[in-house]
Design a protein around this ligand. Sequence first.
Ligand code: NAD
Length: 520
Amino acid sequence: MTFRITYSVLEADLTELHREFDGVLSSLRSEFGKSYPSWVAGRALESGDLLDSHPPADTRQLLARFHRAPVTILDEAVRAAHAAQKIWAALPWQERVARIRRAAGLISERRLRLSAIMSLEVGKSRLESLGDVEESADLLRYYSGQVEESNGFSRPLGKLSPNEDTRDVLRPYGVFAVISPFNFPAALATGMAGAALLAGNAVILKPSEETPWCAQGLYDALRDAKLPDGLFQVLHGEGHTIGAALSRHPGIDGVAFTGSTKVGFELQRLMTTGKRMRPALLEMGGKNAAIVCESADLDAAVEGCARSAFGLSGQKCSALSRIYVARSRQQEFIEKLVERARKIVIGDPTRAEVYLGPVINAAAVARYEQAAADVKSGGGTIHVGGERLRGGEFEHGYFVAPTIATVPRSHRIAKDELFLPFVIVEGFDTFDEAIALANDVDYGLTGGIFSGNKDEIEQFMDRCEAGVLYANRKTGATTGAWPGVQSFCGWKGSGSTGKGGCGPFYVAQFAREQSQTRMG
Ligand code: NAD
């Protein structure tokens, strides 16, 4: 395959790609049911009880089994990570970058297998899965570039007298716990872990319990790129057990987390208890809005909104969940969006023609059914969707219909992150009102506008309280950021650091500054 997949691909001849994907998928099926270890201190831990991975499209199947890491293993894991970190940090930065670049190359070479695993395990469409894997390799390359451009994070500073020499250097913290979510299991685990490693740290990864198989691919690539034993470890298990114990462990020097705002706030509190401050680099949820102005190209707006609201079943932190439309065009917009939603091909996401797979688990289906019930009981209207899909190929999976609703402004559905293919559409009378509505949530991740008026676009860029903004983007109103192209910074309740993944300041956050003055 020579074609490069990003999240913004609209039209391309993908025949060859699909043929290759089909081949990999069928060989993968012969591996179903295998057991995999957690990776502790450079060795396979095969004694823990088993975490089973089932495809959300058909829960009768068993994809693979993973040995959970017991909490009692943490002391050994942390000790080994500290020992390996010393070896790693003593290498020239050029050598560290070379090995991480090698891992990026291996991920790219293995992209078909890795994305087929992801499509099965997450329920992601083929193209979204390929995009996620490709992004993970690009993140390693882009972050490597940040170390190179900064001369290994070392630069001369000023002098107060002629015989002094001062340098500013960034030094690693030590051992990072990296805790990743299910929805971008390659890009997010790789991005956080890769940046921590490039800054000279060791990493203990606790991947989402929903996507353990995806984490194995990252472990394989880093091991094959010859990282020191114990420098990168993978502990499987649930968040409230091994995740919580790992982040509480006194030997952990910092946490990088991507996931829900609730867990993020808990981790922030944890990192400030005790006698020293430990960094908590947190990327969290979103409740993202798009504004469709009177002058908008309505077809582009409908396409961009549909892709961002329903892609990956609305399970992107950047997913579009609120649309504010100029009152004069509200009815026409809703009709077109409903028509577009009805055309979406839903089903087993490993099939080439499917755009929308299942949601991740039973809890997500329950959240969906509750949201639909709350719209109805709270004075809202469901324009399309609102029901779990059953029968045929839906019967044994977590399938729900893409949903478009209108609710009163104070309704919880207009404020809470649902993380589902569920979008609300509301009218506005003035542009100021639209901006105020877009900003009236606790989150601040992404936002979009469709307008033919340059002044409105500039006002939106200036006044929208979110870290990732797009104007007139048919390929995705609020989704589809790419490393080195869109930085991805959560404002307000969506992030803790004011610097985003995919952006130029990311890697530096995994290290602390030190000035070194030497008198001549
Ligand atoms: P989640 O918060 O449930 O889980 C994320 C990770 O945290 C998992 O590995 C989980 O096991 C672990 N965890 C859970 N409780 C824990 C605890 N008490 N201590 C330590 N670890 C714990 O999130 P999810 O359902 O996997 O992912 C969806 C969420 O992630 C959404 O809110 C979404 O918006 C957010 N997200 C944000 C970004 C971003 O870049 N801002 C990107 C992707 C997803």
